[in-house]
Write a protein that binds this ligand. Structure first.
Ligand SMILES: [Fe+2]
Ligand SMILES: [Fe+2]
Length: 414
């Protein structure tokens, strides 16, 4: 005798494989390696069964003794073969006004600083049996993957979803004058093309995120749903009223190709979300203010609300990563410079898009209105530049760095 058991089980006359193990296994699972489990059983020859089983499962059968009418076994839990991770015990989740959001779950089960690719698709908080294959996750580091507010952003995104079929008053669209119709078709084509890149670029990274940071994948999947809806409504707006699509330009294509080719998650968050989608906020605001009808204004206003969240995620990701690793400033600056060198031939948004943004403001083709439209468009470029600098400064870049990076940002806006 002598050893004190941490936990005791009365197995009655349950046969070894006929129910007794179903009591023993969970009891051992709930113990730390080295813990001792006492089992009382009235089943004959049970000690031999446990002797073999303990060997197989890497536990130690410390003792088996015949008592009056039952066998007493002491099993010490082995460390080899024990599932990894800390099992959540007695962990209740608080609700707020009956609601249970993802941010509350993250608070209760926080992100690990590092994640082990050997734990596969095991949910965070589960204990993982060893022996599974290594998974090809590349984003296994919290500080480069999962900003602390990502679950709250996911909660916001879920409540803010809208329907591009039923939420838009499509039947209120009236025919526009031919120049305005054509301009709007060109703008919507340009928007949809950029939205496509915003759909494809994050999708390349979701499968690289370790499931321990699943809230990042959950947030990015809401972003994909947002971008899909933006593509949908922008193309519908181009076609409704009979205008149809405009031209897709080679310079836009080159700019978006350079985004799609990015292999680093933080560089992509920086170039796509902080700089690109950030610049798009100002573009969408411009289109909303100058929209030819309320339906168009409604579409871009809704898209901008979604984009604000995407920019927020990018900012949060980059700020958090920069706080952990100041060397990242240089790497992000280098990424902007590399992209700028790739796009050396791109001097501005395609002329047809500039013209369309001008006509949108002018509402017609009389010279004084077109002059006003052109001036308003030039002003948009300044606003975009100033707001990029503000975002870069808020991420922690110096004013000079922010100025340089904003100047080097693609003239295609995204
Ligand atoms: Fe979008
Ligand atoms: Fe976006």
């Amino acid at each position: 005798m002598g050893r004190l058991a941490t936990v005791a089980i009365d197995g009655g006359d349950l046969p070894f494989g006929g129910g007794l193990l179903a009591l023993v296994r969970p009891a051992l699972n709930g113990m730390e390696p080295g813990g001792v489990l006492a089992v009382h059983s009235r089943t004959p020859a049970i000690a031999d069964e446990f002797f073999t089983w303990c060997k197989l499962e890497h536990h130690e059968l410390l003792e088996s003794s015949a008592q009056t009418g039952f066998t007493r076994l002491l099993i010490q839990k082995g460390s080899l073969g024990a599932p990894r991770g800390i099992m959540e015990i007695n962990q209740d989740l608080p609700t707020r006004a009956g609601r249970l959001d993802a941010a509350t779950v993250l608070e209760a089960v926080p992100f690990p600083a590092k994640a082990d690719p050997g734990t596969g698709f095991a949910p965070r908080g589960a204990r993982v049996e060893p022996g599974g294959p290594a998974y090809p996750f590349a984003l296994n580091d919290r500080d480069r993957t999962a900003p602390p507010d990502v679950a709250a952003l996911y909660d916001q995104a879920v409540s803010a979803q809208w329907n591009g079929d039923t939420d838009i008053a499509w039947d209120r669209i009236k025919p526009l004058s031919p120049p305005l119709q054509q301009a709007l078709g060109q703008i919507m084509t340009f928007l949809a093309e950029n939205e496509l890149s915003a759909l494809y670029v994050p999708s390349r990274f979701i499968a690289r995120v370790h499931p321990a940071y699943v809230e990042v994948g959950m947030f990015l999947s809401t972003q994909l749903a947002d971008e899909a809806r933006h593509i949908d409504v922008f193309l519908k707006r181009a076609r409704k009223g009979g205008g149809g699509l405009g031209i897709s330009h080679a310079t836009t294509s080159a700019s978006l190709h350079s985004l799609l080719m990015l292999e680093d998650f933080t560089e992509a968050a920086f170039l796509l979300s902080v700089l690109g989608e950030g610049t798009f906020l100002d573009l969408l605001r411009y289109i909303e203010v100058n929209a030819p009808d309320e339906v168009t204004a409604d579409i871009v206003r809704r898209a901008r609300a979604d984009e604000t969240r995407h920019v927020h995620f990018g900012m949060s990701h980059v700020k958090h990563a920069l706080q952990q690793d100041p060397a990242l400033y240089g790497r992000l600056e280098a990424a902007v410079r590399r992209r700028s060198a790739t796009l050396a031939g791109v001097n501005g948004v395609p002329a047809a898009v500039q013209d369309a943004l001008t006509i949108l403001v002018a509402r017609g083709i009389d010279p004084p209105s077109v002059r006003r439209g052109h001036e308003t468009y030039r002003e948009l470029l300044n606003v975009m530049h100033e707001n990029r600098i503000k975002r870069l400064a808020s991420a922690g870049f110096s004013h000079d760095q922010a100025q340089t990076l904003s100047d080097l940002h693609t003239p295609n806006f995204m």
